[in-house]
Design a protein around this ligand. Structure first.
Ligand SMILES: CC(C)(COP(=O)(O)OP(=O)(O)OC[C@H]1O[C@@H](n2cnc3c(N)ncnc32)[C@H](O)[C@@H]1OP(=O)(O)O)[C@@H](O)C(=O)NCCC(=O)NCCS
Length: 181
């Protein structure tokens, strides 16, 4: 099976590495790339208002989720990554592209709480959107957000996201971020 959302469907996503000024963005792996307890702990802290997930995962649920995505990335429809801060070599969040439907691709991220307001999300989005422009065959990315999540709304607007009439199943707003400009 090939990866249908890519311009080159044979690209080995698990070998990709995206670099920004302060971060390295590497594909999900449960094999020692990061401490999985830290992933679960920091995800739950960043998502305590349940904006991205409707529940807070246990360690076992988080581990299973990451393991399934890692395996699925060889043949599936997603490109999910840890964000590592270069200076400290610590996990500071995660960013991913996933395509639940054939025709569209979602983008989303979280940054650990003690690193908020430092423009990490802006820096990482810039690099991942550039990567998507080169590698993804869709013309836009879907950024979904609870309208009360002001940081996420600001992020969508910074990347010229266009607010759509449609909503997600959870009633969240959808912005389209163009990959063609
Ligand atoms: C949304 C999130 C990723 C932003 O991360 P961040 O690294 O703090 O974002 P940045 O520092 O790049 O800031 C992006 C913009 O939002 C603003 N901002 C950041 N946090 C904010 C907050 N809590 N309230 C209002 N504005 C905020 C910043 O000032 C910046 O705007 P500016 O460039 O005009 O100053 C982070 O808050 C997070 O992980 N939240 C939980 C998960 C989540 O909601 N993810 C988004 C779903 S797509």
């Amino acid at each position: 099976m090939t990866l249908s959302f890519l311009k080159n469907p044979h690209l080995d996503l698990l070998s990709e590495k995206i670099e920004t000024e302060r971060c390295i963005i590497v594909p999900f792996s449960v094999h020692g790339r990061v401490d999985m307890h830290e992933v679960q702990r920091e995800f739950c802290k960043a998502n305590k208002n349940l904006f991205i997930n409707p529940f807070l995962p246990t360690y076992e649920e988080e581990y299973e989720f990451i393991k399934n995505i890692e395996e699925g990335m060889k043949t599936g429809n997603s490109f999910e990554n840890f964000i590592i801060e270069k200076e400290t070599e610590k996990l500071i969040g995660a960013v991913g592209l996933n395509s639940p439907e054939e025709t569209t691709m979602n983008i989303g991220l979280w940054i650990r709480e003690d690193k908020h307001w430092k423009w990490y999300a802006t820096e990482v989005y810039t690099a991942v959107i550039e990567w998507a422009k080169k590698n993804v065959k869709h013309t836009y990315l879907k950024h979904s957000t609870n309208p009360e999540n002001l940081a996420s709304v600001k992020l969508a607007l910074k990347f010229w996201g266009i607010l759509q009439d449609e909503k997600t199943d959870r009633g969240h707003s959808i912005y389209h971020i163009s990959l063609s400009v």
